[in-house]
Design a protein around this ligand. Structure first.
Ligand code: GDP
Ligand code: MG
Length: 439
């Protein structure tokens, strides 16, 4: 999706004048791109009509930057299509609040159960009880129990012989007894939607009256995800959707259609297998990402949760002024390590896919120790002005840090790459600023 759109977008962004012909051409490209991305046909048609209507209107023609104005309209419309931002989780009048996780096999229900529990505790200071209702695969219970151990949270299970409805009911009793404020029920899935599964889920629903029914769908499955969402919603009246595996090479189309088809919000996005890789779903960012504008906001937010805000600001200043030194680099590496794999961060950068050189900037634990040693063997002046590091200085640094000259060289190269990346990032942010972050 991104590639096709990006070239169209590029063409139109810089235009000082946008003709009706331009808009027609762009609409066609957007239509094709969306269809290619598995977006529902009717959804596409309505969307294109709205975009066309707005784009040929005065709003654009009278604007100083009509090209950018058109892009803004497209982004707004895509955002609108995905609904407002909404990652609230219900709170029952009388605890416990019950969340039921449903979805096909492999969608990520069990993983997301763990992630949600983690989020509820971390962000909202809640004490959830996890419930293992997938009795069809012995490994499923085990999987949840493992997550429970990792999280140090209780998991309620009655083994594989018990009836899922009974398990859910008994779990409720236990939750009340032990004063858990949340109960998260992990249920079984099937490879396809079938009536046995739906009946079982409906029975559990009737037995525990959940406050939330979250449908977990795999973003990688494209249009299938939309069909799945439609049938689950029809039969269970879900309250929200969690879109998983958005970290993968997804085309994003599912996100665009799900809301339109079910009229239920996508509340969370799964961004990886780890327990802290669940984020609020941000329609605007998703739209920007689909349009290839990257996800600078997500990136910054991610940095902010790990980096103290002031530090982040100081860093941003440094990026701007380019007075970024090896000391900052060291600090940055340590933070990047906290943030998670760099690849994932890179994916969020605008156009990062194209910055191939960046793949050289790799961070692993072992390397980080070496990097630290190398930087610490540099003099103050060398850290601030790496260009003065000549062959003899390199030798001295290598010796001092217990590394080799080629390792020192590699680090110098990485440092340059990182600097370049920051420069690109800053430029792009500036460009974005000019467009006006109005919507
Ligand atoms: P379930 O059958 O619906 O319970 O699915 P699981 O929770 O067992 O997940 C199936 C697989 O998907 C596991 O290997 C998970 O680690 C993986 N998974 C779940 N969510 C995500 C995600 O957001 N990103 C990635 N990359 N993998 C995920
Ligand atoms: Mg499971």
């Amino acid at each position: 999706l991104a590639e096709r759109l990006q070239s169209t977008i590029k063409k139109i962004t810089g235009k000082g004048k946008v003709s009706e012909q331009d808009i027609k051409e762009m609409s066609r490209e957007i239509r094709l791109a969306l269809l290619e991305a598995d977006v529902n046909f009717k959804v596409v048609k309505d969307l294109i009509n709205r975009i066309k209507e707005r784009a040929v209107g005065q709003e654009v023609m009278e604007s100083l930057t009509p090209g950018q104005q058109v892009i803004k309209i497209v982004r707004d419309e895509l955002t609108e299509l995905m609904g407002g931002e909404n990652s609230k989780i219900a709170v029952a009048d009388r605890p416990p609040t019950v969340i039921m996780m449903v979805g096909l096999q492999g969608a990520g229900k069990t993983t997301t159960t763990g992630k949600l529990a983690n989020l509820l505790r971390k962000k909202h200071n809640r004490k959830p009880l996890l419930v293992a209702c997938d009795v069809y695969r012995p490994a499923a219970i085990q999987q949840l129990e493992t997550l429970g151990t990792q999280l140090n949270m209780p998991v309620f299970s009655l083994g594989t012989e018990a009836n899922p409805v009974d398990i859910a009911k008994q779990a409720m009793d236990k939750a009340k007894e032990e004063h858990h404020d949340y109960v998260i029920i992990d249920t079984a899935g099937r490879l396809h939607v079938d009536s046995d599964l739906m009946n079982e889920l409906a029975e559990i629903k009737a037995a525990v009256s959940p406050d939330e029914i979250f449908l977990v769908v795999d973003a990688m499955t494209g249009q299938d995800a939309v069909n799945v969402a439609e049938s689950f919603n029809e039969q269970l009246d879900i309250t929200g959707v969690v879109l998983t595996k958005l970290d993968g090479d997804t085309r994003g189309g599912a996100a665009l259609s799900i809301k339109a088809v079910t009229d239920k919000p996508i509340k969370f996005a799964g961004m990886g297998e780890k327990l802290d890789q669940l984020e609020a779903f941000h329609p605007e960012r998703m739209a920007s990402r689909i349009l290839g504008m990257g996800d600078v906001l997500s990136l910054i937010e991610k940095a902010q949760t790990n980096v103290d805000e002031q530090q982040a600001k100081a860093l941003e200043e440094k990026m701007r002024s380019m007075s970024f030194t090896f000391d900052d680099f060291l600090e940055q590496m340590a933070q990047v390590k906290q943030m998670g794999p760099l690849d994932e961060l890179l994916d969020m950068l605008p156009g990062a896919g194209k910055m191939k050189g960046l793949k050289n900037v790799q961070v692993d634990e072992k390397q980080l120790g070496q990097v630290e040693a190398i930087v610490k063997s540099m003099t103050k002046q060398e850290r601030q002005e790496p260009s003065i590091i000549n062959a003899s200085r390199k030798k001295r640094i290598a010796k001092g840090s217990g590394t080799t000259v080629s390792q020192v060289n590699r680090l110098l190269k990485q440092f340059e790459d990182m600097k370049k990346m920051m420069k690109q990032m800053t430029n792009m942010q500036k460009g974005k600023g000019k467009k006006g972050r109005g919507g």
